[in-house]
Design a protein around this ligand. Structure first.
Ligand SMILES: [Fe+2]
Length: 280
């Protein structure tokens, strides 16, 4: 099985805007080929942004061990391909490329964010999460649990009859979820609706919130608290249009055997509202 969501690879036509945006969030930003590598910890990157036309997700990188790799190969058969770089690549049910890696490239220099006091939660549990729009939630949950060894955390059903949108949350370690899989819902048809970066402290979250409000990028949803993982967070629209969620304080699934999946009818206990007008 996969042990964590290790990195995201995006494509964007707006590399210079992304460099400014990611710096405001507190990421380490460096040029890599024609794109960017964003650091959150000692890994050389957690987000890669390739220059390209899609402005969407290109691939999800998962860490695994030998047994996980062998298990995925056995389940995928000829649908997986190993590159010269040793990375096992295959597609999820909606065509998102999955990369299975044995180790993360480390950076020679320690990570220090000039913008953050405590920094990001990025470790063996990964760095945050991604919310993917999927055509068939049950099919995607089956893929990510069967092939990659994830486990269901809970569901959120939205709409009057719970039928407007369905979101399944999947975890691979004590992090409440590394993936959220949403079927239905309004908005863009991008594969990636948002990705989340987790901060260690409420102070860093508040300071980043202020910094984004003051920036030309602004915020897309106000500070709020999620119903299922209880995290505090806000959202901003990235230069690619998809959103980033900056959060902290999520509960952890410490005891897998004792965890019971639940069903929620809203994403948030409070907040996460449209931002107030900026001309006041
Ligand atoms: Fe999220």
């Amino acid at each position: 099985m996969a042990t964590s969501l290790a990195y995201l690879r995006l494509q964007s036509t707006r590399i210079d805007d992304w460099a400014e945006f990611a710096d405001l969030l507190g990421c380490g930003v460096s040029r890599r080929d024609a794109g960017l590598a964003l650091r959150l910890d000692e890994a050389a990157y957690r987000i890669l942004i390739d220059e390209g036309g899609a402005d969407d997700l290109r691939s999800l990188g998962f860490l695994t061990d030998d047994a996980g790799r062998a298990g995925a190969l056995a389940k995928l058969g000829g649908a997986a391909a190993e590159g010269d770089d040793g990375i096992l690549r295959f597609a999820d049910p909606d065509g998102v490329e999955i990369e299975l890696v044995a180790a993360l490239e480390a950076n020679a220099t320690p990570f220090h964010s000039a913008r953050l006091a405590q920094g990001f939660v990025a470790d063996g549990s990964g760095f945050g999460h991604a919310l993917l729009k999927v055509a068939d939630m049950d099919r995607s949950v089956a893929f990510y649990t069967h092939v990659l060894g994830g486990a269901l955390s809970d569901h959120i059903l939205l709409g009057d009859d719970g039928g407007t949108a369905r979101i399944a949350f999947v975890h691979f370690n004590e992090r409440h979820h590394s993936l959220a899989l949403m079927e239905g819902g309004i908005g863009s048809q991008r594969r990636l609706q948002h990705f989340m970066l987790e901060l260690r402290s409420l102070e860093d979250l508040g300071r980043t919130y202020d910094r984004m409000i003051d920036s030309r990028f602004g915020i897309a949803a106000t500070l709020g608290q999620h119903s299922n993982d209880r995290s505090l967070s806000f959202y901003s629209a990235t230069p690619s249009g998809l959103w980033v969620e900056i959060g902290c304080g999520s509960i952890r699934i410490e005891d897998e055997a004792a965890w019971r999946t639940a069903e929620y009818r809203s994403t948030s206990l409070w907040g996460h509202r449209p931002p107030p007008p900026r001309d006041r």
